[in-house]
Design a protein around this ligand. Structure first.
Ligand SMILES: *Cc1c(COP(=O)(O)O)cnc(C)c1O
Length: 504
């Protein structure tokens, strides 16, 4: 399948259109309504003095502008998106349909409880399902992202140790070196000192090293399982026990929940707190910054610390309760990102328990299939546990290719764009040089996976014959290779029309 992305020299929307041109006309208000409502006086201090400089155009101009832009973009709906650790699965359209139905979009969070029983029921039920999936006692849906769930988890650890009179001695949070960058960031924001434990040569957490860093200062451990190398931590019970022995709490970064759905539950592995990335595992599109949701589930002894308001049910009606003296407070406004949560509800309802297990199995099968096929090419190295089965993802290294041909993981991923395939995650986890982190998810057919392998094979051959072509890729995309340092420098970054105008 050949690929060439559309390339438009597309102006900014502010440069299109014509003064006075319109997409829609609003009907004039009827006399009777004006008479009924009366004339509304906008207070002086909030009246606008100058005209808003908004683009003025017809509907067709606006549609064409955004369609052209979309043709220069890439998405999960277009093709393979193997961005490791991000679980970029296909999101069934039924989820969007439900989330955007007017029965939901016309709700307002300030509405009286009695008038929003439907959405409260959906959220309450979703919380119960997520508690079942994670093996936890209670779930809060408030956090807006995985990172916010981690931060909330760390706050709950702090509250727990405080109530036990240990707030001054429980100062350290232990995190493995293969962790996602948000883990140490969230722990630090919550006021903990982060201690890093190394991985062993098989890519698991080094249990002996963990024993030496765990102490009475340990507030808790934050662990990703399966980890970012795609391995399920084999000594998971022992790991949890080591921390519990010092009265620490164990936090499960559940961003990689996809391959264990319906197979094992973090709660059963001994974890006290778990977060779930709804936008990865449960059918909400992501990328480009959100919105998402990062609910957390906790064990029974931690329930009292969950944020308020809590959605509760007395057998007849759903209601919000804020009378929780031990709660860490509010973590996000209103009920959380409701539209995202409704998508998860729709996704879980349509897959059912068997569907979730199948998603877990197929995503695992796909990752192992890809790893095996890519290893056969003979150019991409497997840095850890070459014989060990993976869960959702696998990590390869092009360290030798870099040494021999000067081709980096960045170059390979750019060349993949020319094949119409989204780049994998690169340079992560940071413990692997020239890393390519590949997560196919369950939502790609075998032909698509084979197409990826063939593309990687072509790139490996090209590395011998024409390495320059790889180093200067991409060639078939609407935008060529960017200077990444310049593109993110405040002096060159143009995030808005106002900034653009101030620069010219
Ligand atoms: C994505 C991810 C996170 C952070 O989640 P966000 O929703 O992006 O804040 C944390 N840990 C791991 C392993 C992840 O893959």
């Amino acid at each position: 399948m050949g690929y060439r992305q559309s390339s438009w020299i597309e102006p900014c929307i502010f440069e299109l259109g014509h003064r006075g041109r319109k997409g829609h006309d609003l009907p004039k208000a009827e006399r009777s309504i004006i008479e009924e409502v009366g004339e509304v006086q906008v207070p002086n201090k909030i009246q606008r003095r100058s005209a808003l400089e908004l683009p003025e155009m017809s509907e067709v101009e606006a549609v064409r502008h955004f369609t052209r832009l979309s043709q220069m973009n890439y998405s999960v709906d277009l093709g393979l998106y193997p961005l490791g650790s991000c679980t970029m699965k296909y999101n069934p359209k039924i989820n969007d349909k439900l989330a955007t139905s007017s029965a939901l979009t016309k709700l307002h969070p300030y509405q009286d409880e009695e008038t929003v029983q439907g959405i409260l029921e959906i959220l309450y039920t979703l919380g119960r399902w997520l508690a079942e999936i994670t093996g936890t006692f209670k779930v809060t849906l408030q956090p807006a992202a995985g990172a916010q769930g981690e931060f909330l988890g760390a706050l709950i650890m702090r509250a727990y140790h405080t109530i036990n009179g240990k707030q001054n001695s429980k100062t350290e949070l232990i995190i493995p070196d293969s962790a996602h960058g948000t883990n140490p960031a969230s722990a630090t924001m919550a006021g903990f000192k982060v201690l890093v434990v190394p991985s062993d040569k098989n890519g698991s957490i080094n249990v002996e090293a963990l024993k030496t860093v765990a102490s009475k200062r340990t507030a808790g451990l934050m662990l990703t399982n399966p980890n970012t190398l795609g391995f399920f931590e084999e000594n998971i019970r022992e790991i949890a026990e080591i921390i519990h022995e010092y009265n620490g709490l164990v936090y499960y970064d559940g961003a990689n929940l996809n391959p264990i759905l319906g197979k094992v539950r973090p709660g059963d592995m001994g974890f006290d707190i778990v977060h779930i990335n709804i936008h990865k595992t449960f059918g909400t599109p992501h990328g480009g910054g959100g919105p998402g949701a990062g609910p957390i589930g906790v064990s029974e002894k931690l329930e009292k610390f969950l944020p308020v308001p809590r959605i509760e049910y007395d057998g007849k009606r759903y209601f919000l309760s804020s009378k929780k003296p031990h709660s860490v407070g509010k973590i996000r406004s209103f009920y959380g990102n409701v539209a995202v949560l409704v998508r998860a509800y729709s996704y879980l309802l349509s897959l059912g328990a068997e569907g979730l297990v199948e998603a877990a199995e197929v995503s695992t099968l796909n990752a192992n299939y890809l790893l095996k096929k890519l290893a056969e090419i003979g150019v991409y190295e497997i840095p850890y546990g070459s014989e060990r089965p993976r869960k959702h993802e696998c990590v390869l290294s092009v360290k030798s290719l870099f040494r021999k041909r000067g081709i980096r993981a960045l170059d390979i991923s750019k060349r993949l764009l020319d094949e119409g395939i989204h780049a994998p995650t690169i340079y992560f986890p940071t413990i692997i040089d020239e890393a390519l982190m590949i997560e196919p998810t369950e939502s790609f057919e075998k032909e698509e996976l084979d197409r990826f392998v063939e593309a990687m094979r072509r790139i490996a051959e090209e590395a011998e014959k024409n390495p320059e072509k790889i180093r200067t890729a991409p060639h078939n995309t609407s935008v060529g290779r960017l200077d990444e340092a310049r593109a993110s420098h405040p002096q060159t970054l143009v995030p808005s029309w106002r900034v653009f105008k101030s620069r010219i």
